[in-house]
Design a protein around this ligand. Structure first.
Ligand SMILES: C[S@@+](CC[C@H](N)C(=O)[O-])C[C@H]1O[C@@H](n2cnc3c(N)ncnc32)[C@H](O)[C@@H]1O
Length: 320
């Protein structure tokens, strides 16, 4: 008997699936460098609009112009930068070098928001995307509560943009110390059409806060020196009925427990001064930051101490 629809045809071997040609394959194909150098071409890169950022091994340094041109051509980028390692100083200026193209601004789209910035002077951490989305979701889930959000290290609006889009009837106060980042923050508030609910402030957050006004505070910067004062400042910002604190920090995995205990002790102490308590807390890992060092976020829900009548919303419902 010949093949049947249910038997014979099914057993016919399928032609092997052809792997899709990736941009990396194309880059390797077009590259005229020696094979041992070709092997070192980066398989991954950061992309912000028309800007591509590469990490290059030192063996590629003498070929970097050619490499930059190649990546620009295949990826359709206007500007290619080499990431020389992290960020510098208080303003978190990236350590990058141009290997192709002319200085230009990035227009990065993420979560239906536009982030405009100068990629040579302003950092953008793609690894924090889940946290940016988390802030948007948190506010989206806040119903009709008119939250007042203080973004204490606003930069170009990393958290202020998702917060600003979702805050309903409330406001986002965005504090930024670096005039260049502040310039892009203003532009981004305009581009994303949220100027009616955002209050940008150029200045040092240790000088400009208004105590007792926040439902949510965001500290998206790794405060090392003077972290105790910063914790005190954050706690003083909360409304008498309490609120939520998002506090970013760095720690080695093996030191996390100790660091967390120190932070929580400090938060408890400072909150107590304001008749508030750590009602709940949780900590999550955002990303790997350096060898053995991780970026974490501590989330603290502060509520009036027992015996104090909560005068606001039932914050615990946030966690249901
Ligand atoms: C770029 S974001 C940090 C992103 C990322 N979490 C990190 O720390 O690498 C931090 C922003 O906080 C700003 N900043 C630093 N100290 C500040 C202060 N005391 N008051 C307000 N803004 C400050 C910096 O200029 C920068 O734009």
């Amino acid at each position: 008997m010949g093949p049947t629809m249910s038997g014979g045809w099914k057993s016919c071997p399928k032609p092997p699936k052809k792997r899709r040609r990736t941009p990396y394959d194309e880059i390797v194909e077009l590259c005229n460098l020696p094979p041992e150098i070709k092997e070192l071409l980066p398989r991954r890169w950061e992309r912000y609009g028309d800007v591509v950022i590469l990490k290059l091994p030192k063996e590629l340094t003498s070929y970097e112009r050619e490499v930059g041109r190649l990546y620009a051509e295949v990826l359709g980028a206007n500007l290619v930068l080499v990431d020389e390692g992290g960020v510098r100083g208080l303003t978190r200026c990236p350590v990058v070098r141009v290997i192709y193209g002319e200085e230009s601004e990035a227009f990065h789209k993420e979560n239906r928001l536009i982030y405009n910035f100068d990629p040579i002077r302003i950092m953008f951490s793609s690894g924090n995307i889940d946290e940016r989305i988390y802030v948007a979701e948190l506010l989206k889930g806040s119903g009709d509560r008119r939250w007042v959000v203080w973004d204490l290290f606003a930069g170009i609006g990393y958290f202020s943009l998702p917060a600003g889009r979702e805050v309903k009837g409330g406001a986002v106060v965005s504090v930024e110390i670096n005039p260049l980042a502040y310039y892009y923050l203003i532009k981004n508030l305009v581009f994303n059409e949220i100027t009616d609910r955002t209050i940008p402030v150029l200045g040092d957050n240790s000088k400009v806060i208004v105590p007792g006004t926040a439902d949510l505070t965001i500290s998206g910067y790794f405060v090392e020196e003077g972290w105790e004062e910063h914790v005190a400042r954050v706690c003083s910002l909360l409304k008498p009925e309490g609120g939520l604190i998002l506090y970013h920090f760095l720690a080695k995995k093996k030191e996390l427990e100790l660091r967390l205990a120190m932070l929580l002790k400090r938060f408890s102490r400072e909150l107590l001064n304001r008749n508030l308590d750590v009602a709940e807390h949780r900590c999550r890992r955002v990303k790997s930051y350096a060898p053995l060092v991780y970026h974490y976020v501590l989330e603290v829900l502060a509520r009036p101490t027992k015996g104090q009548k909560p005068s606001g919303e039932d914050w615990a419902s946030l966690y249901k």
